[in-house]
Design a binder for this molecule. Structure first.
Ligand code: NDP
Length: 453
């Protein structure tokens, strides 16, 4: 019998923490989880899940417009009711919180509804109780961060934007990352006058340049007002809203400003400073491939470690951590290459592997295949939305090293393509695959002539 109360004490019941707790418990480990907010973490409560629900809501706007060309006549103009969407979302998330609780219960994991503080390498204080554990896992995720400017307190962050009291008829988002483009699209689709303000020349830094430009053009066509190479200088309260002054001198009056300027590790009050747990330059917890921090009995995974901030990455890390610490043998290292991702701006982006610039750097000689077309649906809908598909191939080996799409359900399409890219399949394999007709996705197996080399 171990000298500790628990074999694993998890701090944070987000995607990574819950998965680690359940998987470790399944090996026979005695596990407890401490969580002082909601079960399911960012993804379930203020991230992926509500965002996707709101993205669906926003898509109806276009669907109503598209329907006319297919013979549908709406008796009256559709009206959007924010409180219905928000409150239905709240109900669904409560349901998911309940599922997470039951999953932990069924796995025999003790859930403690309190914030834990690490006392030393094997002890935590939680809800007034001192608990000992052989291993402590810090899976506390990240927290939205907003830069300083006068009127910063008048902004909302991505935790708050889902539950706005009233619908913002005029909406502004600061930033050029995932959250900024997604929320600019969502509120634009829901009917707001939407503005996106980004300090750089073009948003979505790190994505394929052609994808970024294509997305810019499509979002602008849909009515999002894009303000690049500018930043917020100040925000002040005015009658009926707020006035945002940009560094370009432009002033915009809006009802809500979302700061989507990145997230930081949520480590405040955890007690790790006293233990001198090493941090990376960006302030994240530094871990080795066994997810051990500089104090080996204190483990960390997910957003707090600064890897790709994606739920499926935290889940994969959780299972890998359990293999390392609770199962016999040494697992093969986790492969962080070719992680597919989707951005739920409108139209969606799906991407896996290298961008064109990265591929040129990594492979030297490459072939690039692109298809830029009007989807069949829009021949009758009258919409001017276009779709971009792109394959990047290493000239020497013929291996497809990158696949990108901007268009309806791009994430759904790229998930399948990601299997092929991860498996290292060649362009010849793609060519030998018989397409599914009529789909947009068949372009990925029918592009024959390189656009450029
Ligand atoms: P990101 O790190 O993706 O983007 C932050 C943005 O804020 C960047 O455009 C950055 O500009 C800008 N920024 C940073 N500091 C300042 C500043 N001082 N003034 C003005 N602008 C600034 O963060 P997000 O908040 O969008 O999202 C956090 C993470 O959550 C993402 O990286 C992603 O991993 C994850 N996520 C994933 C989603 C998905 O899978 N669909 C959806 C939402 C989030 P610059 O580029 O110039 O540095």
């Amino acid at each position: 019998m171990s000298e500790y109360d628990y074999d694993l004490f998890v701090i944070g019941a987000g995607s990574g923490g819950v998965r680690a707790a359940r998987t470790a418990a399944a090996t026979g480990a005695r596990v407890a989880v401490a969580e002082d907010r909601y079960l399911g973490g960012t993804c379930v409560n203020v991230g992926c899940v509500p965002k996707k629900l709101y993205s669906y809501a926003a898509h109806f706007h276009e669907a109503f417009e598209d329907a006319g060309g297919f013979g549908w006549q709406l008796a009256e103009a559709p009206r959007f009711d924010w409180s219905t969407l928000r409150d239905n979302k709240i109900g669904e998330i409560k349901r998911l919180n309940g599922i997470y609780g039951r999953l932990l219960d069924a796995a025999d994991v003790r859930l403690i509804n309190a914030r834990a503080r690490v006392l030393d390498a094997h002890h935590v204080e939680v809800g007034g109780e001192a608990v000992s554990a052989e291993k402590i896992l810090v899976a506390v995720g990240g927290w939205p961060w907003t830069p300083d400017f006068p009127g910063k307190e008048l902004t909302v962050n991505s935790n708050q934007v889902f539950d706005l009291e009233t619908f913002p008829e005029r909406f502004l988002v600061l930033g050029g990352g995932y959250i900024a483009v997604e929320f600019a699209s969502i509120f634009n689709g829901l009917g707001s006058e939407a503005h996106l303000v980004y300090r750089g020349e073009l948003f979505l830094r790190g994505f394929d340049q052609e994808v970024r430009e294509f997305t810019r053009d499509e979002m602008a066509k849909k009515g999002v007002n894009l303000h690049f190479e500018t930043n917020i200088e100040a925000i002040e309260k005015v009658e009926g809203g707020v006035k945002v002054t940009l560094t370009s001198g432009e002033q915009l009056e809006v009802d809500a400003v979302l700061a989507a300027t990145g997230r930081r590790p949520h480590l405040a009050g955890l007690g790790l400073e006293a233990l001198d747990v090493a941090r990376t330059e960006s302030g994240h917890l530094a871990v080795n491939e066994r997810f051990e921090t500089s104090v080996p009995s204190i483990l960390a995974l997910g957003d707090v470690t600064g890897g790709p901030e994606l739920t499926p990455v935290a889940l994969a890390e959780a299972m890998q951590l359990v293999r390392h610490h609770f199962e016999p043998g040494e697992p093969a290292p986790l492969d962080y290459r070719n992680i597919a991702t989707a951005v739920f701006c409108h139209p969606n982006i799906g991407t896996v592997g290298l961008s064109e610039a990265q591929a040129r750097e990594a492979c030297g000689e490459i072939r690039v295949y692109t298809a830029d077309f009007r989807p069949m649906k829009h021949t009758l809908s009258g919409s001017s939305e276009r779709c971009l598909m792109k394959l990047i191939v290493d000239e020497a080996s013929d291996v497809v090293v990158g696949a990108h799409m901007v268009g309806e359900e791009a994430g759904e399409v790229i998930q399948g393509i990601a299997v092929a890219v991860r498996a290292g399949l060649t362009k010849a394999d793609f060519d030998a695959t018989v397409g599914i007709h009529p789909t947009g996705a068949e372009e990925f197996v029918t592009m024959r002539t390189p656009t450029r080399r």
